[in-house]
Design a protein around this ligand. Structure first.
Ligand SMILES: Cc1ncc(COP(=O)(O)O)c(C=O)c1O
Length: 380
């Protein structure tokens, strides 16, 4: 199957009970057994639930993996990956990443004796310099949140393989519509399915996808043992969202391009971060590993003027000021005080998350309305 067919049919079966085309929401915690241990594959819904299984199969299908796992949030999925590690292990991570991931790494797992090294990965060769015999995991976001830095997955995967280190890629921003990290050699793909996969800002959900059976078994064990699973209702909503992922993403990309190009030419705007712009430092890598450039666009105001940035955010009418991204509706955010507030100011500013940075999740409304909204909010 090709991608657009996989989003709809990948890993799906019509329900055997009554032939329903969509999987029923199996709103049950437990399942009948005729004698102890004799059941139809489901014993308790923390361990497995048929609606969640349908979603996990869909996750695996769209990312070209063999195994999918669904969690109660993106962070719960990341948490499960970190539980593969032991005290004394080291993790190499991008220095520009979602603030909640940074918080989980530094405020929870550092206390368990895991060391995190946050480095710029836009030049993949540099990664090798930081690998020690204790390094067990490389954690990559690409495009990064919120600076839209692009990391070369293929080159990073080669380094990870050479040193027998796991490579995990947070594919939340790109989605498998734009890039499939497992095909490029990554071991684990992670999603905040809260975002583009769900696509309608109506659920919180996480996902992991892998190819390797042993790795999948270890993660399934952690999923069941730690129990951070999603409920069947949310699994159903995520499945429904994925069925339109390809057409939503197509429009997100078109509108993202229009917004980025409008902002680049605006006299009141200093920098625009969108990997589709030719002057983006890793535009060529983006072109080679992505099918298009997505709908996430960040920008700063001329002279890094904080008050001006806040005024723009307050003036926006079609773009809603809110946390999160990836829904059909356009959202605007202020990373320094919102999504990345948990990263210390000095750390933040080193990687470009200055106080005037605005991050847009460009939705699938009419392009003209989005541009008109930016025009009235920024002024001329
Ligand atoms: C890139 C990225 N990864 C992970 C997460 C965490 O996901 P969740 O909010 O579903 O726990 C987010 C949330 O904003 C994100 O943007």
């Amino acid at each position: 199957m090709k991608f657009n067919t996989k989003t709809i049919h990948g890993g799906q079966e019509h329900d055997p009970a009554y032939g329903s085309v969509m999987p029923p929401i199996y709103q049950t915690s437990t399942y009948v057994q005729s004698t102890p241990g004799a059941h139809k594959g489901y014993a308790y819904s923390r361990s497995a639930n048929p609606t969640r299984t349908a979603l996990e199969n869909s996750f695996a299908s769209i990312e070209n993996g063999n195994y999918g796992l669904a969690f109660g949030s993106g962070l719960a999925a990341i948490d499960a990956v970190l539980k593969l590690l032991k005290s004394g292990d080291e993790v190499l991570s991008t220095n520009d990443l979602y603030g909640g991931t940074y918080r989980l790494f530094t405020k929870i797992y550092e206390d368990f004796g895991i060391t995190f090294n946050f480095i710029g990965m836009e030049n993949a060769e540099r990664i090798e310099d930081y690998i020690t015999e204790k390094t067990k995991l490389i954690w990559v976001e690409t495009p990064t949140n919120p600076m839209m830095t692009i990391i070369d997955i293929l080159a990073t995967a080669k380094i990870a393989k050479k040193h027998k280190v796991l490579l995990a890629v947070d594919n939340t921003f790109a989605t498998p519509y734009l890039q499939r990290p497992l095909d490029l050699g990554a071991d684990i793909v992670m999603h905040s399915a809260t975002k583009y996969l769900g696509g309608h800002s109506d659920l919180v959900m996480g996902g992991l996808i892998v190819k390797d059976k042993d790795l999948a078994d270890r993660l399934y064990f952690i999923q069941n043992a730690s129990g951070a699973v999603c409920g069947p209702q949310d699994a159903f909503l995520a499945l429904r969202g994925i069925k339109t992922l390809h057409i939503r993403m197509q429009r997100h990309c078109e509108n993202g391009k229009a917004v980025a190009e409008y902002l680049v030419n605006h006299p009141k705007i200093e920098e625009v971060y969108w990997p589709g712009l030719e002057h983006h430092p890793n535009h060529d890598i983006a072109k080679s590993q992505m099918n298009d450039f997505g709908g996430m666009v960040s920008f700063t105001t001329k002279g890094n003027n904080y008050e001006e940035a806040i005024k723009i955010i307050e003036n926006l009418k079609v773009f809603t000021l809110a946390e999160s991204l990836g829904g059909v509706e356009s959202l605007a955010g202020h990373p320094a005080s919102m999504t990345h507030g948990s990263i210390p100011k000095e750390e933040r500013e080193k990687i470009g998350i200055v106080d005037s940075l605005i991050r847009l999740s460009v939705g699938i409304e009419d392009e003209e309305d989005l541009i008109a909204d930016l025009k009235q909010a920024i002024g001329s």
